[in-house]
Design a protein around this ligand. Sequence first.
Ligand code: ADP
Ligand code: MG
Length: 343
Amino acid sequence: MPAALGFSTYVSISPLEPRRLRIFSENFNEEVEVDLDDNKLAARKHWSDYPVGVAVELERAGHRLRGAALRIRGEVPIGSGLSSSAAIEVATACALTAIAGLQIDRRELALLCQRAENEFVGARVGIMDQFVSLFGAAQKSLLLDCRSLEFRLLPLPDNVRLIICNTMVKHALASGAYNERRAQCEAGVKHLAQFLPHVTALRDVTLEQLEQFGQDLPEVVYRRCRHVIAENERVLLAGAALDEGELQRFGELMGESHRSLRDDYEVSSEELDVMVELAQRVEGVYGARMTGGGFGGCTVNLVVAEHADEFRARVAEGYEQATKIKPEIYVCNASNGAEEVSA
Ligand code: ADP
Ligand code: MG
């Protein structure tokens, strides 16, 4: 259940005559040029892999692009787990398709952006970030079924804020650990499918079934599976809580989610735990948890609007005292996904 934050990545675009893309990033102060007819385009561990990957996947799917100059300006903190990568992909995809006069269904566009990150960039990310970057809405969170891509927007009251706390720490093991978690979940699925043939992902398994058929799993794999299965249940409960306007209940579920991420999935970090514990002590806080891939990055906090300033001051001070690191804290609202804006 993501929400789109009020940070934007802007891509301005103008046509170029040859079928080339000239892409400038203000954040990296660098320009890259590629030929759309070059069929050997490949990732080179560079920021341009993201926009070029999007162009390549659009063309591979049969959408013919035209040459263009693109200028990118991103406000999403980069590499902090808030998905600046999905933001640049989605903004690029919207710009490239608009200037080529292509009408592509937004679900299809989300999938193409995910494919760019999976196939071209080479990161095995899911669909959630790209999806919410396209379908997010003001004062709503988005309950997404990642299998069917059906979704529902749920109301966040006007008087609450999403406050993002950036630990300013990123531990090096993050990407390796991410792939390891995926492999462990897949191992769990493979084992459970021997007893439950309909199981192709952990979402097809209940906690009772895990207890019944998972006893022979390695202890670590068992805990990874327990996290995912319980988290799926929590998300559904959290959706129901938002429908009912029960923010207290929603916040409790955020806390349970954090503990499960910390203890069973083991993707938290000392800094994230400190940030969550500090947040939970402030008045007006419904809930706090880590967000993103873990091992650093950010927490997300649901806070009564009138307590936002106090929250910011108290958590920043406590965090700096505990870690000697100055955090960044952003008071946000859930916002609209990608849209065309005029200069
Ligand atoms: P996250 O998505 O959590 O921010 P990732 O590592 O997935 O972190 O994606 C960050 C990468 O996306 C950057 O290293 C860069 O390559 C690319 N990127 C994001 N925003 C921009 C931007 N404004 N300009 C150029 N590249 C960007
Ligand atoms: Mg990313």
